[in-house]
Write a protein that binds this ligand. Structure first.
Ligand SMILES: C[S@@+](CC[C@H](N)C(=O)[O-])C[C@H]1O[C@@H](n2cnc3c(N)ncnc32)[C@H](O)[C@@H]1O
Length: 204
């Protein structure tokens, strides 16, 4: 269960997230790449799975055995309705202890809600859960700040961000080969364009 005694930001954001962040083409293409690498039935962990759209649904529809983790029960309820067929766990992604092994881990716009120290620790924990080819997909926003307070869709939260070269180093230092790291501009909420980083990795 989540450890901090506060309302998770996404309990307040809920369905407005899907309605506001509609530019998902790159995220869908990244998950399609992952699906191409894995046999059906592969075990995939979706960290900070949110509402289940688009990624958990895409993975389930491709025959993957999906576990979604999120600290927001509101988002997990949406995921269970919109992307049935996965196992959803109400948990803090900083405490991955008893989840077992996975063939791949995806974390789309989730690690950025942690501090840099937690991101770096979490990447090592993710590495320890991986078996076989041990694939990793991560998306972040580009920048250089740690636990920066922001107001996202009217809800106070924090964001951490790395410049691309630092993100590459942080992921490599956690025990991954970085297979690709690309930058794209997207509208993450109405009227706000941000540069997003998409990283593909494999355990080294
Ligand atoms: C920006 S949303 C991204 C959701 C989804 N991955 C997507 O691509 O649409 C971030 C998600 O991470 C979750 N989250 C943030 N911090 C978390 C934590 N420490 N433990 C578990 N989930 C967390 C939030 O509740 C939210 O659902």
């Amino acid at each position: 269960m989540p450890t901090e005694n506060k309302v998770p930001a996404f309990d307040l954001i809920g369905k407005r997230y899907d309605e506001s962040f509609v530019e998902r083409d790159v995220q869908i293409a990244e998950a399609a790449w992952l699906i191409d690498q894995l046999p059906p039935g592969s075990r995939v962990l979706d960290l900070g799975c949110g509402s289940g759209l688009p990624t958990a649904k895409q993975l389930v529809d491709a025959g993957m055995d999906v576990v979604g983790v999120d600290e927001s029960q509101t988002m997990l309820d949406l995921a269970a309705a919109q992307a049935p067929g996965a196992t959803y766990l109400h948990a803090d992604l900083r405490e991955l202890g008893e989840l077992g092994e996975f063939d791949a881990v995806v974390a789309f716009f989730a690690l950025l809600m942690l501090s840099k120290a937690d991101i770096e620790r979490n990447l090592r924990d993710i590495r320890a859960l991986l078996r076989g080819p041990g694939l990793l997909l991560v998306s972040m926003v580009q920048g250089d700040f740690d636990t920066f307070p922001v107001n996202f869709l009217g809800s106070p939260t924090t964001v951490s961000a790395y410049p691309p070269s630092q993100l590459r180093t942080v992921v490599a230092d956690a025990g991954f080969e970085v297979l690709a790291l690309r930058e794209f501009e997207a509208e993450a909420e109405p009227g706000r364009i941000e540069v997003q980083l998409y990283l593909r990795g494999a355990k080294s």
